[in-house]
Design a protein around this ligand. Structure first.
Ligand code: FE2
Length: 274
């Protein structure tokens, strides 16, 4: 009888410690989820040593409900090289968003799908049917959305914007405000910011990606910066096709709120705790 009581006490202690371990690990997971991480995988500029740059853009957003790969750069080989160097696991990606049908944004997609095709791919409506078929043949599920859409909790797409070159941008809801991610901003960066604010009506914490201001004059760029300030955009990370002059002017205007981008840049943003 005495032995039975000792055995029961031992079992209770064991069960208690197991439960504690499980809840401890849940707490850790919740803590990790409190930050949203943006990692630049493909860009015209290099931020961290040992990575390669090229004309194009791609970044990974994690810490949101789903892990999202936004754009895939021009060359699959180079995307996978940077992904490998940055220790990113392709299998962890759950959603892929392609901003527009230009090779410097979708060129690496098929190579990426070769590593992980168990993803939902948001392609622009303007994407050629032959390419959509190839993506499906790789095993990926495809969504083309014309209007604004929530792709997971707290993450929206603007829906198709522009006339000649159709493009979609992404808006991530964070505790600091919304974060707007752009591919090339062909419909106009100010228009995208305006649309983002109408979809998620809160302060804009950060806008980053390609702003497409290469052909703009200095006064035109300064007017765009004024619009950014008017919209209350707190931080900016112009890169890719923005152009060096515009990047310099944004840097001058935003000072310590200018975020230098490039391959290997990792940004941590506080997530909304729910
Ligand atoms: Fe581009």
């Amino acid at each position: 009888m005495k032995n039975l009581i000792i055995l029961c006490i031992f079992c209770l202690v064991l069960v208690g410690s197991t439960c504690q371990g499980a809840s401890g690990s849940t707490k850790r997971t919740k803590k990790e989820k409190k930050q949203i991480t943006v990692t630049v995988l493909y860009d015209n500029y290099v931020f961290a040593k040992g990575l390669k740059s090229d004309w194009g853009f791609s970044c990974l957003v994690t810490g949101t409900e789903k892990n999202i790969l936004f754009d895939t750069g021009m060359k699959g080989e180079l995307l996978l090289y940077n992904i490998g160097k940055l220790g990113v696991e392709p299998k962890d990606v759950e959603i892929v968003v392609i901003s527009h049908s230009h090779r410097d944004h979708f060129g690496g997609l098929l190579s990426f799908l070769g590593k992980n095709s168990d993803v939902l791919v948001y392609l622009p409506v303007s994407c050629p049917e032959t390419f959509v078929r190839k993506v499906k043949q790789m095993g990926a599920r495809v969504v083309t959305a014309d209007a604004p859409i929530a792709i997971c909790k707290g993450v929206h797409l603007t829906g198709q914007m522009g006339h000649r070159i159709i493009e979609q941008s992404m808006i991530v809801d964070t505790a600091e405000g919304s974060v707007v991610v752009t591919g090339c901003s062909r419909p106009g960066i100010v228009e995208i910011v305006r649309k983002a604010k109408s979809i998620l009506p809160k302060d804009i914490y950060l806008v980053f990606g390609g702003f497409h201001l290469l052909g703009k004059s200095e006064p035109e760029i300064k007017n765009i910066i004024k619009e950014f300030k008017r919209f209350g955009v707190k931080k900016v990370g112009p890169t890719h096709c923005t152009g060096d002059t515009a990047i310099g002017l944004f840097k001058q205007a935003y000072g310590s709120d200018f975020v230098k981008m490039g391959v290997g840049r990792v940004l941590k943003i506080q997530a909304i705790s729910k």
